[in-house]
Write a protein that binds this ligand. Structure first.
Ligand SMILES: *Cc1c(COP(=O)(O)O)cnc(C)c1O
Length: 667
């Protein structure tokens, strides 16, 4: 990964899985040939190949049967076999693609975050507390919010709303005394009044000013309602974020107030005799901050502003550090955008230590620390399982030796094919490519027959296959051969829609760990890219996590007829569900909530995915109407004797049944 580094100066140990040792073997009566000596593939090889420990700890690992094991409570024990779970759920008529949510993982994430801050507070003798809030926008599903509120109770964990509808959720769903509701996003009078009035119901809303227009609205509402609100300001920090959300900070950021604007707010609140209400400073420098240095810089700048606000007379009590706590999607522990070079504990240490120092310097009392960690809370709890429907491969058979009378170009290619070895494969690749191109020109000139061209192409692919096998064993691969793996890749057709279930893969090149959930004790001999069900050529996945940068092909097993092949997409519990779209009218997937019990597990909730009827309704079709149209059309066709009664019955039966079924392919 070269340019990317870990915060601590440790080098990441490159565990390169080597499937098999290729050896030059002299066989009787034949020239030097390359023969594969396969040693037994182990689950440790799969573990290294898919980097499960890197991104999956402590929740995901591989068991002796070669299946993924889920330990939803982390180190606190208890586990289940994901493959067996999927089979059991399928027997309950829950078709794939299927989203499995592990409630215990959600609980563990909340516990972990709170434990990290508790440890930091103890370590630095911080005379204040931590009170997290969960940003609802990250995943708004009711069952998830309900669980979150329940699990968060011991920690007075609250909610963050970024819009009016999210405020509606937060105000109604949070029932933890003392837990906070941070109110962000664009606000109108109704939003502000509703938030303020909820104080009368026992809620603790904090209205965070993000735009200058909101200042007067808040002051007027407070006067009119006679309520003393808790108000915060969101600062535009000058600390530069990095990566995708780097522009969430700075003067040009969409949200937040500049320093002069913040000073104006203080003045206005003082004039309105509401300076006591001004209690919170908020910043959010973007999501998935992969470098700890950026976080350190931001907290340093923010704590200085906090102290200054207190010195100006504001009744400062809270510092809200926003989101940004990253998830290590590729398990590389680097500042690569799909990773992070720090852990949750470092994050908490840095925030607590910096705040303590800054406040001590000016004798300002330390704030209650709020974080709005969404991704770090919600990502791990859900896994999307989908099946592979089939594959298409480049020609994959051993070429036959040429016969007397075949054109010289076929003999040339055959010779090249036979000669390929470790020393000459790059040269052989040039030769083979040149012969193939020559053959195509000859074909275009009418010199080569179609069947002969087919022979040439098959032999060319055979050469490439042999070469690619050799390059896999090398640490260094010449540039021109790097793409060969991609060109040779199989296409695996998957029963899901990228646009519905992993929109960030398509929209912002986000990486999620993807791997088979079974057969992990078996060598994955194929290299593939994934193509989804939509008929959009963007509906594919051809970027996969890797220790170094990104892989363009994924190692998978060859498909067996009559045996399903299940893949899992992990860490996709944040943002994907709500941003998923109905491209090609593939709807929401089935979802289940699983909870560990002393005896195994129990299914807490089943949320059936969309039926065709439902998705058609979203685009304003009335299914009765559609059925009626088909019925009339088939009556007409019967009268004209274009369709039999039997055929027409079958057609209508299928049509009507489809409407009430899942939008994905079912077996
Ligand atoms: C999106 C958002 C968050 C959540 O960010 P994560 O990186 O997912 O933790 C928190 N606060 C605000 C204001 C946001 O807009």
């Amino acid at each position: 990964m070269g340019a990317y580094s870990r915060a601590e100066d440790t080098t990441v140990e490159a565990k390169q899985a080597k499937s098999s040792a290729l050896a030059q073997v002299e066989t009787k009566g034949m020239p030097l040939v390359t023969r594969e000596i396969t040693r037994q593939w182990t689950i440790e090889d799969s573990e290294a190949l898919y980097r499960i420990e890197g991104w999956g700890q402590p929740y995901f690992s591989i068991n002796a049967a070669g299946h993924i094991t889920v330990s939803p409570k982390g180190e606190r024990g208890g586990s289940l076999d994901l493959f067996e779970l999927v089979n059991a759920l399928k027997q309950r008529n829950l078709a794939l693609p299927l989203m499995i949510r592990f409630s215990d993982i959600l609980e563990d994430r909340i516990e972990r975050l709170n434990a990290c801050f508790a440890k930091a507070i103890a370590r630095y003798n911080y005379p204040g507390t931590y009170k997290g809030v969960y940003p609802v926008k990250c995943n708004q599903q009711r069952h998830l919010i309900e669980e979150l509120v329940t699990f968060g109770k011991p920690h007075q964990f609250g909610l963050e709303a970024g819009s009016k509808p999210e405020l509606m959720i937060a105000l109604a769903m949070l029932d933890t005394p003392g837990a906070l509701i941070t109110c962000n996003g664009y606000k109108d009078r109704e939003y502000i009044e509703t938030a303020m009035l909820s104080q009368r119901l026992g809620q603790t809303p904090i209205i965070v000013l993000e735009q200058t227009e909101e200042v007067d609205l808040v002051i007027n509402a407070a006067k009119n309602l006679g309520i003393q609100p808790i108000v915060g300001v969101r600062a535009k920090l000058s600390t530069q974020g990095v990566g995708r959300w780097g522009t969430s900070t700075g003067d040009r950021a969409k949200f937040g107030l500049t320093i002069p604007e913040i000073i104006q707010v203080v003045d206005k609140f003082r004039e309105a005799d509401l300076l006591n209400s001004l209690q919170l400073l908020h910043f959010h420098i973007g999501s998935q901050i992969s470098a700890i240095q950026v976080i350190k810089d931001a907290i340093q700048e923010a704590s200085k502003i906090y102290v200054e606000l207190a010195r100006l007379g504001a009744n400062m009590k809270y510092l809200d550090v926003g989101g940004g706590l990253a998830v290590d999607y590729d398990g590389s522990q680097t500042n690569f955008y799909a990773s992070k070079n720090y852990n949750m504990q470092n994050y908490a240490y840095d925030i607590v230590a910096e705040l303590k120092d800054a406040c001590a310097e000016h004798n300002v009392s330390v704030p209650t620390i709020i974080s709005e960690s969404g991704r770090a809370i919600a990502s791990h709890q859900s896994v999307l399982i989908f099946d592979v429907l089939g594959s298409s491969d480049v020609p994959n058979e051993e070429p036959e030796a040429p016969k007397e009378g075949e054109p010289p170009i076929i003999w040339n290619l055959w010779e090249t094919y036979q000669s390929i070895n470790y020393e000459n494969y790059q040269e052989a690749y040039h030769d083979a490519t040149q012969f193939k191109e020559e053959a195509i020109s000859r074909f275009n000139l009418g010199i080569l027959r179609l069947a002969e061209r087919a022979r040439v192409e098959r032999m060319y692919w055979a050469c490439c296959r042999k070469i690619v096998k050799l390059t896999r064993e090398e640490d260094y691969v010449p540039d021109e051969l790097e793409d060969l793996e991609k060109i040779m890749a199989s296409i695996y057709y998957i029963n899901m829609s990228v646009f519905q279930s992993a929109p960030d893969c398509w929209a912002i090149d986000q990486l999620f760990p993807i791997l088979p959930i079974h057969r992990l004790d078996e060598e994955p001999t194929e290299r593939a890219i994934l193509a989804d069900l939509t008929c959009d050529s963007d509906g594919k996945i051809d970027r996969f996590i890797d220790l170094r940068d990104v892989k363009s092909v994924l190692e998978l097993h060859s498909l067996k007829s009559e045996e399903p092949y299940y893949l899992g997409m992990f860490l996709n519990g944040a943002y994907q569900e709500i941003m998923g779209s109905l491209h090609n009218l593939f709807g929401d997937t089935n979802a289940v909530h699983i909870k560990l019990t002393p005896k195994g597990y129990q299914i807490e909730h089943v949320v059936k995915g969309d039926t065709m009827k439902e998705v058609l309704g979203y685009v304003q079709y009335d299914v009765e109407d559609l059925v009626e149209k088909i019925r009339r059309r088939s009556e007409h066709a019967m009268q004209e004797k274009r369709i039999t009664l039997q055929e027409s019955q079958l057609l209508l039966q299928n049509y009507e049944r489809s409407l009430s079924r899942y939008t994905y392919l079912v077996d």
